[in-house]
Design a protein. Structure first.
Length: 95
């Protein structure tokens, strides 16, 4: 399983992949305080952990840097999987 997260100015979109197939898509509003968004995000992740027996990695693309530390910490706390941020951990452009 892989988690793909797009942190935009309006929403945080989350997709769960099993191989090349998307098995779940959710979104949260970005315009929340960091603690409120983090709590909602962790609740979502806990549901994924129960429903999908999640063991994999997470790939995150973000244009809202203030949310990055909370998202990284939440994924590690709830899922315990490696987290890769595009532009930080994954160098772009990819060759």
């Amino acid at each position: 399983m892989m988690l793909a997260i797009d942190i935009g100015n309006t929403t945080v979109s989350v997709a769960v992949f099993k191989g090349k197939k998307i098995v779940r898509v959710d979104s949260l509003e970005t315009r929340r305080t960091v603690p409120v968004l983090r709590a909602a995000f962790e609740k979502l992740l806990k549901g994924y952990a129960k429903r999908f027996a999640f063991e994999g990695k997470a790939l995150v693309c973000s244009v809202v840097p203030r949310l990055n530390p909370a998202v990284r910490a939440s994924i590690k706390k709830v899922l315990g999987c490696p987290v890769f941020f595009v532009g930080e951990d994954v160098v772009v452009p990819m060759k």
